[in-house]
Design a protein around this ligand. Structure first.
Ligand code: NAD
Length: 475
C-alpha cells in the first residue's frame, strides 16, 4: 500500500520505517527540516535500537522517503497516519491538540480523492469525532475523508519490536471500509496472530489513556507503599516480590523508586483528568491526581534523602548522577525524573556531575549547568554521594569495588532499587534506597529468603538461598 506518516518523531519515524519494512511504500512528513534531512539520509535523529538499520535498508530499497511538503503527501497517498505530538498545554492539564489540528487544517484542502486519516497520536476521547467535523468543513466539493483512530502502545527502547510485533492492534473506525484498509495495512501481523480489536473511535482513544493510567497507578501504588515502608521500617522490594507472586497482581510495573516520567505517562494522565472534567466525570478518575502527586513526591524524597546523606546541605558537596534519561535504552529526557532531581540538587548548590550512556546531548540542552561526563568514573571522581537515577543495564554491571576507589565517600542512593545492594555493601559502600531500611543483609544472605513449605511450618531448616530466588522477574 502507499501511505504517509505525518510527524516523524519517536512514534512516527519508527512507524514509517516499520511500515516500509513490512512492504508498504511510505512517505514520512515533518515540519522539522533537520529531522527530515537526517531520516532521508538513513540517520535516526534519536536513539532507538534497530531503527538506523531499518531506515538504511528501506530508504535504499526506495520504499521509504521523507519530505516537509504536505502537498506532496496529499498527492502521494489516500491513507495518512497522524503521529504528531500532543503535549500538555502550558496553561492547564489538558492536551494541546494544535499539531493534530494543524495537520487536519493543512491536509484537508489539499485532498483531491477520498481519503482515510488514521490518528496514532495519544488524544483525549472525542478527538476523532471533532477532527472529522473539522476536516469536512475544509474539503473540496466532492471529496470525502474518514477519520479513524489506531492508538500506539510502543515503548521507547523497544519501539521497533513493539511496532513489528505488537501485543495487540486497536483500531477505532466508523465504516467497514476503514476497517478493511487497516486490516490490509497490518496484514503481516494479523497473519501471525496479533490480536486485532476493531471498535469505535471513542473506545480506541480511551484504550490508550486507560492503559497509561493503569500503568501509572501501579507505579504510584508501589511508591506509596515505599513511603509507608520508610515510615515503618518495612522493605518495599520484598513487599513487591511477595505481592507479585499473586497472578492477579503481577510483579511488572511494581518496582518502587523515583517514579515515571517521559513524553507520555505524566501528560496523558493529566489530559485524561482534564477531559473527564469536561465530560463531567472528573470524580470517577480523581484518583489520578493522587497518582500524579505520589509520583511527584518521589523526586522530592530523593532530593531530601540525598541532602540528608551528605550532612544536611549541598554546599561544597560533589554529587555524581548516573542516568539522565526518563528510562533506560532511550535518549529521551522529556519530563525525566532523573533530570528533575539533578536540576534541583544543582539549584541547591551541589557540584553535580552527570553520566548517561545515550542522553547526554539532550540533557545538556535541557539543563545546562551541571557537568556532563562521557565516562562513569569521570562522573564519580571525588563524589560525596553517587545517585543511581535511571536503571541502565551498565550501571547494574558496575564493579562497586573499583568505583569505591574513585569517589571521595562511598555512599550510593539507589533510586531505582536495581543495584545489588549486598555486593555494594560488601565493597564498602553505604547503600540507601527509597522504601528500604538502611540495614543491608550480610554477604551470602539474600534480601529475600525463600521458605520451603516445611520451613514455613517450622518442620525443617534449610539455609537461605542467595540472589533473588523468589521473583525471577527483573527488578
Ligand atoms: P515527538 O515530539 O518526538 O514527535 C512529534 C513530531 O511531530 C515532531 O517531529 C514534530 O516536528 C512533528 N510535527 C509537529 N507538528 C507537525 C505538523 N503540523 N506536521 C508534520 N509534523 C509535525 O513526539 P512522539 O514521542 O513521537 O509522540 C507523538 C505522539 O505519539 C504523542 O501523542 C504521544 O503521546 C504518542 N505516543 C508516543 C509514544 C512514545 O513512546 N514516544 C508512544 C505511544 C504514543
Amino acid at each position: 500500500m502507499q501511505l504517509t506518516v505525518i510527524g516523524t518523531g519517536y512514534l512516527g519515524a519508527v512507524h514509517a520505517a516499520c511500515m516500509a519494512e513490512v512492504g508498504h511504500e511510505v512517505l514520512g512528513v515533518d515540519t522539522d527540516a533537520g529531522k527530515i534531512e537526517a531520516l532521508a539520509a538513513g540517520r535516526a535523529p534519536f536513539f532507538e535500537p534497530g531503527l538506523p538499520e531499518l531506515l538504511t535498508r528501506n530508504t535504499k530499497a526506495g520504499r521509504l522517503r521523507f519530505t516537509t511538503s504536505l502537498a506532496e503527501a496529499a498527492n502521494f497517498a489516500d491513507l495518512h497516519f497522524v503521529c504528531v505530538g500532543t503535549p500538555q498545554r502550558p496553561d492547564s492539564l489538558a492536551a494541546d491538540l494544535r499539531h493534530v489540528e494543524a495537520v487536519a487544517d493543512g491536509l484537508a484542502p489539499l485532498l483531491t480523492r477520498d481519503t482515510l486519516l488514521v490518528g496514532k497520536s495519544t488524544v483525549p476521547v472525542g478527538t476523532a469525532r471533532a477532527l472529522s467535523r473539522r476536516i469536512a468543513a475544509r474539503l473540496r466539493p466532492g471529496v470525502e475523508a474518514q477519520v479513524a483512530w489506531n492508538p500506539e502502545f510502543l515503548r521507547e527502547g523497544y519501539a521497533v519490536k513493539d511496532t513489528l510485533c505488537p501485543d495487540r492492534l486497536v483500531v477505532g473506525v466508523t465504516t467497514p471500509h476503514a476497517d478493511q484498509v487497516l486490516r490490509t495495512v497490518y496484514m503481516s501481523m494479523l497473519r501471525v496472530g496479533v490480536p486485532y480489536i476493531s471498535t469505535d473511535p471513542a473506545t480506541a482513544e480511551l484504550v490508550k489513556v486507560a492503559a497509561n493510567s493503569f500503568l501509572a497507578t501501579k507505579i504510584s501504588f508501589i511508591n506509596a507503599m515505599a513511603e509507608v515502608c520508610d515510615a515503618s521500617g518495612a522493605d518495599v522490594v520484598t513487599l513487591a516480590d511477595a505481592l507479585g507472586h499473586d497472578a492477579r497482581i503481577g510483579r511488572r510495573f511494581l518496582s518502587a523508586g523515583l517514579g515515571f516520567g517521559g513524553g507520555c505517562l505524566p501528560k496523558d494522565i493529566r489530559a485524561f483528568l482534564a477531559r473527564a472534567e469536561e465530560l463531567q466525570v472528573g470524580e470517577a478518575v480523581s484518583f489520578l491526581r493522587q497518582v500524579d502527586r505520589v509520583n511527584d513526591r518521589q523526586r522530592r524524597r530523593t532530593v531530601e534523602l540525598t541532602r540528608h546523606l551528605v550532612g544536611g546541605t549541598f554546599a561544597g558537596q560533589r554529587v555524581a548522577v548516573l542516568g539522565a534519561t526518563f528510562k533506560p535504552d532511550s535518549d529521551d529526557v522529556r519530563d525525566s525524573p532523573a533530570l528533575a532531581v539533578t536540576a534541583e540538587i544543582h539549584a541547591q548548590g551541589a557540584d553535580v556531575r552527570v553520566h548517561d550512556p545515550k542522553g547526554l546531548d539532550n540533557a545538556r540542552a535541557a539543563l545546562p549547568g551541571p557537568a556532563y561526563c562521557t565516562d562513569v568514573a569521570e562522573a564519580c571522581r571525588d563524589a560525596d554521594v553517587v545517585l543511581h537515577l535511571t536503571e541502565w543495564r551498565q550501571y547494574r554491571d558496575l564493579d562497586p569495588t573499583l568505583l569505591a576507589q574513585v569517589v571521595r565517600t562511598p555512599r550510593v542512593l539507589d533510586a531505582r532499587n536495581a543495584l545489588d545492594r549486598g555486593a555494594w555493601h560488601a565493597a564498602g559502600w553505604h547503600v540507601r534506597a527509597l522504601g528500604r531500611p538502611a540495614h543491608v543483609p550480610q554477604p551470602g544472605h539474600s534480601d529475600v529468603v525463600r521458605l520451603t513449605i516445611p520451613q514455613a511450618f517450622g518442620v525443617a531448616s534449610t539455609a537461605p538461598t542467595a540472589g533473588d530466588p523468589l521473583s525471577g522477574v527483573p527488578k
